[in-house]
Design a protein. Structure first.
Length: 277
């Protein structure tokens, strides 16, 4: 398998693409791999065209200031979007990269939940990415459109996905309040909002932002206690992670941040696929 990879994290709101060169060769491997080129697009009707245009650079020599050329990279995809959106994106990727597209490869974890096939792939790859970073147990917090808080155990040097919780993200909370309460306005959540609101808008900010931080903290504490992971580090990722980390972390103990957690999990899955017999 090529050591040039393109990881694609297709979510309900955003599609994030990261290109990597030789991600397994540096000391630390996946955990220290660096991004060579990146693109983020909204998950909407124009996504397929935007991805097609952006990935076309890998089939030609780049101009001055363009990302480094990739020679037939492997593409590794995680998706939690609708099946129709995923199918359209896969079709586009395969039109550019032919059969070098891996869709949802094995995450490399022992999935110890009631229905393993129902777990969102982003949660599994984030957990695998956390395992690559800490090489042990962790509480994995992914703050985006939704908030997921998951338990990652370890046994015999292998990560164990133990399950977790799913809750609304801050913008989803704000949107829900505006949609279902006739006289409440839509607010744009702001990092660092105060708990004491002195008008309707600041009260909504308090409920959304401080409430979101409180939910994440309580879920992390309870899940860690139930899984005997109270001393494990908390690894935070996702586009809304600033609400949990600023102006100070809402968690105690060892808190680590990595915006590329899902992508690192995809890299690790690609590495596993390369080494498989």
């Amino acid at each position: 398998m090529s050591d040039r990879l393109l990881t694609v994290d297709l979510g309900n709101s955003r599609c994030k693409l990261r290109a990597w060169v030789a991600p397994f060769s540096a000391a630390g491997g996946v955990s220290r791999a660096a991004v060579a080129a990146a693109a983020d697009f909204d998950t909407n009707a124009t996504l397929a065209a935007e991805v097609r245009a952006w990935t076309a650079q890998f089939a030609r020599h780049p101009g001055r200031g363009a990302p480094p050329k990739f020679s037939a990279p492997i593409v590794v995809l995680s998706s939690v979007a609708s099946m129709a959106v995923e199918a359209e994106l896969v079709l586009v990727l395969r039109s550019v990269f032919s059969d070098r597209v891996l869709v949802a490869p094995e995450c490399g974890l022992s999935i110890e939940v009631a229905n393993p096939d129902s777990v969102g792939r982003d949660r599994l790859y984030a957990a695998r990415g956390a395992f690559e970073l800490v090489r042990g147990a962790a509480i994995v917090v992914d703050a985006g459109t939704a908030l997921t808080v998951d338990a990652l155990g370890i046994a015999h040097a292998r990560g164990r996905f133990l399950g977790g919780a799913i809750a609304p993200g801050p913008r989803l909370l704000a949107d829900s309040m505006a949609r279902h309460a006739a006289r409440l306005p839509l607010v744009e959540p702001e990092v660092g909002a105060h708990a004491l609101g002195r008008d309707t808008r600041s009260a909504l900010q308090a409920g959304v932002v401080v409430g979101f931080r409180g939910a994440a903290r309580e879920l992390a504490l309870r899940i860690a206690a139930e899984c005997d992971l109270s001393r494990a580090p908390i690894v935070v990722t996702g586009g809304a992670r600033a609400f949990l980390l600023g102006p100070s972390p809402c968690f105690d103990g060892d808190v680590r941040e990595d915006e590329l957690l899902v992508h690192r999990g995809l890299l690790a899955a690609a590495r596993d696929a390369r080494s498989a017999p």
